[in-house]
Design a protein around this ligand. Structure first.
Ligand SMILES: CC(C)(COP(=O)(O)OP(=O)(O)OC[C@H]1O[C@@H](n2cnc3c(N)ncnc32)[C@H](O)[C@@H]1OP(=O)(O)O)[C@@H](O)C(=O)NCCC(=O)NCCS
Length: 150
C-alpha cells in the first residue's frame, strides 16, 4: 500500500527484512525481540507490517489476532523519523483492518517508564485498564491499555 508521501510504502514484512528490523529493534528497546521471535510471528499469519522510506525500513507494526480482538505486540518508528505522524499512520491502518475483520478492540502493554509511548497511545484514544506488577523481568510494571474499535 502506498501512503500519502510518494516514497513511503507499507507492506508485509518478509524474512529477508529481518536484518533491518532487528537493527531498529536493538536501537529502540533495552530488551529487544530476537530475530527468531520476528520470524515465528511472520510465519504465524499475524499482522507484520514494515514501513519503508525510499526502500529502507524505518518502522514496523506487529499485531496478533485473538478471537474478537487484536493484541498490538510491537510498534516502532526509527529515531530520526519520530514525531512526524508515522506511528499514527500505521495505527490508522490497523484500525481500518480491525473494522474490516470485525475485531472489537485492540489491547497492548507498555513499560510504565515509556513516557513517549504512553503519550502516543493516550493521544490515539487508548485507555489504561490495569497495571501488571513486575511484568518486565520482575523489575518493571506494565500498563495495560485498550481501545475499542468503532
Ligand atoms: C511510540 C512511537 C511508535 C510513536 O511514533 P511516532 O511516529 O513518533 O508518533 P506520531 O508522530 O505519530 O505521534 C502522534 C502523537 O502521539 C503523541 N506523541 C508521540 N510521541 C510523543 C512523545 N515523545 N512525547 C509526547 N507525546 C508524544 C503526540 O500527541 C503526537 O502528536 P503530535 O506530534 O502532533 O504532538 C515512537 O515514539 C517509538 O517508536 N518509540 C520507541 C518504541 C516504543 O516504545 N514503542 C511502543 C512499545 S509499546
Amino acid at each position: 500500500m502506498k501512503s500519502d508521501a510518494d516514497d513511503l510504502v507499507v507492506r508485509d514484512l518478509e524474512p529477508g527484512d529481518l536484518h533491518w528490523v532487528t537493527r531498529i529493534e536493538r536501537r529502540s528497546f533495552s530488551d529487544p525481540w530476537p530475530k527468531h521471535c520476528f520470524l515465528i510471528t511472520i510465519m504465524g499469519g499475524n499482522i507484520c507490517w514494515g514501513l519503508f522510506a525510499g526502500g529502507n525500513l524505518i518502522g514496523y507494526l506487529i499485531a496478533m489476532p485473538d478471537r474478537d480482538r487484536i493484541h498490538l505486540a510491537n510498534l516502532v518508528i526509527d529515531h530520526p523519523y519520530r514525531r512526524r505522524g508515522l506511528g499514527r499512520m500505521l495505527m490508522q491502518k490497523l484500525y481500518e483492518t480491525a473494522r474490516l475483520r470485525r475485531w472489537q478492540c485492540i489491547t497492548l502493554e507498555v513499560r510504565s517508564s515509556n513516557e513517549a509511548a504512553i503519550a502516543f497511545y493516550e493521544a490515539e484514544g487508548f485507555t489504561q485498564m490495569a497495571v501488571e506488577s513486575g511484568y518486565y523481568q520482575g523489575r518493571e510494571d506494565a500498563l495495560i491499555f485498550n481501545r475499542l474499535i468503532s
